[in-house]
Write a protein that binds this ligand. Structure first.
Ligand code: NAP
Length: 249
């Protein structure tokens, strides 16, 4: 895939959640771009997902919030950033955390964790990484959200914690976009809905996906990069789906 070079000239990128299905696919697309010089791959284990001279690893764990500012300090030594993709998220874990069908299923500890991974973590990432963005041209800070975070689109209920945490993430991105625009007028801060993508996160829920609507991670990330490339500062603060449509608040 060749992308127009509005954003991608000598690009210094960060992918947070580079160990995940979607995060790793973003890294693979980015290293294939000639203009991309560096991809900082941040994850809990801190290892690069595959060997490539453009990749640098780093440790980030939202359950140790100091790791966020610490790794930002290390990334900053490599110069200003053009593109930050936050591809972390949590829907279910170890049979203990999972989407709740009813109010009866709500549990304090699970709600706290789902909010920490989907909302608090990305908020602190925005705090530490938005100040590192390049100022003299278009830059993009994009965080993986989900259509179910749309309040107006919620017709069927369920998935309390995940829905609410993604709605909170969207509000955090919107608020950060307004503050960021004051000093980075060409900066774009957005949420992304990837569609339903074949990763560990979606595995237990793939049975009901309509034919042709379960995307591979390379397909979904390729589409999302095309969307990001077309965005301008006028689009900042919104959530975009993989097909370029705006996801309503
Ligand atoms: N797949 C879909 O169908 C779909 C649909 C809509 C939205 N999304 C969103 O897309 C994003 C990526 O999802 P995915 O499908 O790629 O899921 P995934 O394969 O499960 O990846 C999740 C990523 O989040 C990281 N993570 C989890 N807990 C963390 C923590 N405490 N600190 C730092 N990182 C942590 C994981 O790191 P470890 O490897 O260390 O666990 C992993 O890199 C999520 O925000 C998800 O909500 C996905």
């Amino acid at each position: 895939m060749t992308l127009p070079d509005t954003l991608w000239t000598k690009t210094n990128c960060v992918v947070i959640g580079a160990s995940g299905g979607i995060g790793e696919a973003f890294v693979r697309h980015l290293v294939d771009q000639e203009q991309v010089e560096r991809v900082h791959c941040l994850s809990r284990r801190g290892v690069i997902p595959f060997e490539n001279t453009k990749l640098v690893g780093g440790v980030i764990d939202y359950e140790t919030p100091t790791s966020i500012s610490q790794v930002a300090g290390i990334v900053a030594q490599d110069g200003p950033l053009d593109l930050v993709i936050v591809a972390t998220g949590l829907l279910h874990r170890d049979g203990e955390i999972g989407p709740e069908k009813s109010l009866r299923n709500l549990e304090d500890g699970a709600l706290e964790k789902v909010f920490r991974i989907n909302a608090f973590g990305p908020a602190l990432v925005a705090k530490s990484f938005l100040p590192l963005m390049r100022r003299d041209k278009k830059t993009v800070f994009a965080a993986l959200s989900a259509r179910v975070g749309s309040i107006s689109d919620n017709q069927i209920g369920g998935w309390y914690g995940y829905r609410a945490a993604k709605a909170a993430l969207n509000q955090i991105l919107r608020t950060a976009s307004i503050e960021h625009a004051r000093r980075w007028p060409q900066g774009v801060v957005v949420g992304l809905h990837p569609g339903t993508v074949d990763t560990e996160l979606s595995k237990p829920f793939q049975r009901n996906v309509a034919e042709g609507k379960l995307f591979t991670a390379p397909k979904a990330t390729g589409e999302m990069l095309r969307v990001l490339d077309r965005l301008t500062a006028a689009d900042t603060g919104r959530v975009f789906a993989y097909d370029g449509q705006i996801v309503p608040a």
